[in-house]
Design a protein. Sequence first.
Length: 418
Amino acid sequence: MDTSSSPAAAVAVTPKPASPAAAPRRLRRILSLDDLEHAARRHLPPPIFAYVSGGCETNIARHDNRAVFDEYRFVSRVLTSTSKRSLRTRILGQDWAMPFGIAPMGMSALSAYQGDLVQARAAAQAGIPMIMSGSSLIPLEQIVQAYPQAWFQAYVPGEPARILALIDRVERAGYGTLVVTVDTPVSGNRENNIRAGFSSPLRPSLRLAWDGVTHPRWLFGTALKTLWRHGMPHFENSQATRGAPILSRNVMRDFGARDHLDWSHFDLIRDRWRGRLVLKGVLHPRDAVLAREHGADAVIVSNHGGRQLDGAASPMRVLPAIVQALGPDYPVMLDSGIRRGTDVLKALALGAHFVFVGRPFNYAGAIAGQAGVAHAIDILRQEVHRNMALLGLNGPRDLGADELLHVAPAALSPAVPA
């Protein structure tokens, strides 16, 4: 679909200069995105950390999202001037400062004070896209006011009238890009949440109270600060109207009959939505082709960060087949498992046009708010920029699959001395 004349007209996004103020003390030892996870584990109460970090059942899918990157090695080029290299990337008619953005993460305002807003503001400053989650605790209208180029991700219900009401609300708010997530017909079996004492909505208990008291920086800086300034958080964006409160003894989240969703519902959305439309949660090449045939402007190859179907294929493993099925010009994006600049470049080399990163930005917001998210973005930016020079690249997509070497998993095992 040509969206150049739609209400979501293409715009160029220019990053604003970073604040000259020194990074907060708690960020000075954060040298990689993995460092953020370790810091967040100490900062967050165990139930909240388990919700953000966990996968489902045996965590096979989540673990493989990381393991697959270790199976690729670079074959770098030399004696190529890279003095004018640039990270600028164009996707869906928009220019972005970097080839990565912030993936949608539900309930970010539970782990960080105004978590979705700090992500949006940091993304705006950096000139990268941020996808607002439909499972968030801050009204979608506030996010697009803070960052007009933000995207919105919807978990659409299975009833046409409710779908249309939600789509109309997103359009009225001013979003130009709608991301429809389709890999959650039911919720995954997240045993780690149960073991850690997390539920959605949260249920009051002595254990939950103790977890809060023993993590005072989160208790006063996020939980009590939110209650004092904004009242009890609710699921704000799952439907066209406000949803259930985050803390409740008996209220259940109303997802709507998502197991009823099929391509006819997507057609309904395409007919109603005039902006850019992205289908998220694709793993099979045939589904990717169907998405294009039904009017999607792009797809995001994703297994939901390993949080839905245990044993689901890593997006990196299916990416080449999906790109081959769609051709090189159709926008294919990817999330799940990216933690390093080299990961970004490997995904782009295999045909992705853009990638999204989730959990690390959630951790960054939790430990240091907007400054933390900005710091995390800059870490990844510097890694991509540096590694492009080491690989002999001037642009993020200059690397091809023929310059990656796939190493059999068995060859990655450390040698055992005789």
